[in-house]
Design a protein around this ligand. Structure first.
Ligand code: KIV
Ligand code: ZN
Length: 579
């Protein structure tokens, strides 16, 4: 804003103060590419997985793991099926060095697992790293230096030639030091990371990576891993895929390289970046369990693998007991796994919405009745059992749940198969309670409400004694006579009636009651089933009546005797309507 008496300087200051804060950020410059092919690809096989939990993940912990924790973590990764595991930065500290030695000397590394060790492209650190890996069977020596425009400008004050020389000098030393080890039988391979690849000019990234391939004498039979890290995620996943496709097209030694991804998750799109990077030609992925790692973490190996799994692709990793892995992870890293973390979070197999609950219910029934060989349940992208989780906690009840949710709990947790017509009534009873308490209620509380509302209703009418006598005529028609004693508060009545079945006979017997007692009820429907808990089996009966004003009313009775269960259900419905 201009003020009449302001000086020029004042104008500038005011303008600067008004500049929106977001304008201080430099937008990402996409890599121009013609005829990109990656959008037409699909992921059809698992990449080579490399875990960087024990290095990138560990260095980002408030309390880095101790030896025992790292060993336990390492064994879990082996059990999951990870074949390449970056175990640390052995030249960085004595502790890291000791852990590397213990893994090798303690015989912890299976023959089909390769350990990977990270080192900066610096002579003394490389020498120390070679000492650390002595005696191991399979090793990837992973060295790196920063190549991005920003790092060259603000950290290294070096031009591209200087940065390339750091990488090629390191490659020469590594190649030379590795020869005796390879000759003595070690399966030693190399990995180079142009750190901050995502902020490097692509033509320069190609140039430095090709120089490293040359200095390491890479061939198609002796491939070198080129790990292209998204050290800090700075662009959209499609823009990263364009860079990667461009890089893979341009690098002359593509056949002598394994292209590896190492995405971080600063924009929250690490998984998408990795998936699109695989479409664009990557062969290998460095990731961590549940996405632990610097800042917002490394990309999550579990999500990546299970995303493939749910597309019918074998991820070649075993997450069939995900709770056990989560428990180990939380204990060793002291980092919590979020309740909504894909595939593992506490709430990811829970439906709060009533319409979701109904659809899940229908999906379960459809799968049973159709015998389909596919997973076809709405709102559940994966069978919880495939990651060792259960159907039971799928439905939880809060004030957002629909009428079917409470009935679902009664059926799946307690064996009461309520007739469909009764769902709205019981759903409403549960909803009143959830509104009252203002939070989710447990299946036990739902069962308690059901018992209070139906099973435990004994007033004002109660059946004290009764007997049935059944006769069947020559044509097989049954005729039932009922006789019983009913109590209404302090008064006792003897009643009797006849009908074509026990319910009919009892209903007719109620006409014996003096005027003013139980009049005008109509029978609508009836359902019964057995319910067992342990060795005890009982009958449950649901009765639907219309009360004298024509209002629907339901009753439930439970007994070891099926007839008694239905009489209790009738009286329950009547007692409830009077209450
Ligand atoms: O994120 C990164 O760039 C790294 C490198 C050391 C590979 O962790
Ligand atoms: Zn990293």
């Amino acid at each position: 804003m201009l003020s009449p008496d302001a000086t020029n300087t004042h104008f500038v200051k005011e303008d600067a103060a008004m500049k929106p804060k977001f304008e201080k950020y430099i937008p990402f410059q996409p890599q121009p590419i013609r005829g990109r092919t990656w959008p037409d690809q699909v992921i059809t096989k698992a990449p080579v997985w490399c875990s960087v939990d024990l290095r990138d993940g560990n260095q980002a912990l408030v309390d880095p793991m101790n030896l025992a924790e790292k060993l336990e973590y390492f064994h879990t990764l082996v059990d999951i099926g990870v074949k390449e595991i970056e175990i640390g930065f052995p030249s960085a500290s004595e502790t890291e060095y000791e852990i590397c030695r213990e893994l090798i000397e303690g015989g912890h590394i299976p023959d089909d697992v390769t350990i990977q060790v990270l080192v900066q492209a610096r002579e003394h650190l490389i020498k120390k790293t070679f000492e650390a890996i002595e005696g191991a069977k399979n090793v990837i020596l992973h060295f790196y230096n920063s190549t991005s425009t920003l790092q060259r400008k603000v950290v290294f004050h070096m031009d591209c030639d200087g940065i390339t020389k750091i990488a090629t000098d390191a490659a020469d030393l590594i190649y030379e030091m590795s020869q005796p080890m390879i000759e003595s039988g070690m399966n030693l391979r190399f990995e180079y990371s142009p750190e901050s690849f995502m902020g490097t000019e692509m033509d320069y990234a190609v140039e430095i990576c090709q120089a490293v391939l040359d200095h390491l004498h890479a061939t198609p039979d002796n491939k070198v891993i080129l790990n292209l890290p998204t050290t800090v995620e700075n662009c959209m996943p499609n823009q990263f895929a364009d860079m990667l496709e461009y890089f893979c097209r341009k690098i002359p030694g593509r056949d002598s390289a394994i292209i590896s991804l190492h995405p971080h998750n600063d924009r929250g799109t690490g998984v998408a970046t990795t998936e699109m990077g695989l479409l664009a030609g990557a062969d290998r992925v460095e990731a961590t369990l549940f996405g632990n790692g610097e800042r917002t973490g490394n990309v999550d190996m579990v999500t990546l693998a299970m995303n493939m799994y749910t597309q019918g692709v074998d991820p070649e990793l075993d997450f069939s007991n995900i709770n056990k892995i989560k428990e180990m992870f939380e204990r060793c890293t002291k980092m919590p796994v979020g309740d909504r973390q894909p595939y593992v979070g506490k709430l990811v197999f829970t439906a709060f919405s009533g319409s979701h609950q109904d659809a899940i219910n229908k999906g379960v029934q459809y799968m049973k009745s159709s015998g389909t060989e596919y997973w076809e349940i709405p709102y559940l992208p994966i069978d919880p059992a495939d990651v060792g989780r259960e159907y039971e906690p799928i439905i939880r009840i809060n004030s957002q749940s629909g009428k079917g949710g409470a009935a679902y709990i009664m059926e799946h947790n307690f064996g009461f198969d309520l007739p469909k017509s009764m769902h709205p009534e019981f759903g409403h009873i549960v909803q009143v309670e959830t509104d009252k308490v203002g939070k989710e209620i447990s299946p036990e509380r739902i069962s308690e409400l059901f018992h209070q509302e139906y099973i435990d209703v004994k007033e004002p009418y109660q059946l004290l004694r009764h007997a049935f006598r059944e006769t069947v005529d020559g044509e097989g028609h049954s005729h039932v006579a009922f006789q019983g004693t009913l109590r209404h508060t302090d008064t006792v009545f003897e009643v009797s009636g006849e009908g074509n079945g026990p319910i009919d006979a009892f209903f007719n017997a109620l006409h014996d009651l003096p005027e003013g007692h139980i009049e005008g009820y109509q029978f609508v429907d009836y359902k019964e089933h057995a319910i067992s808990s342990g060795s005890d089996t009982q009958a449950v009966c649901y009765i639907h009546l219309k009360d004298p004003r024509g209002k629907d009313v339901f009753g439930v009775g439970k007994s070891h005797n099926i007839n008694r269960a239905s009489l209790r259900a009738i009286l329950c419905a009547i007692n409830r309507s009077l209450a």
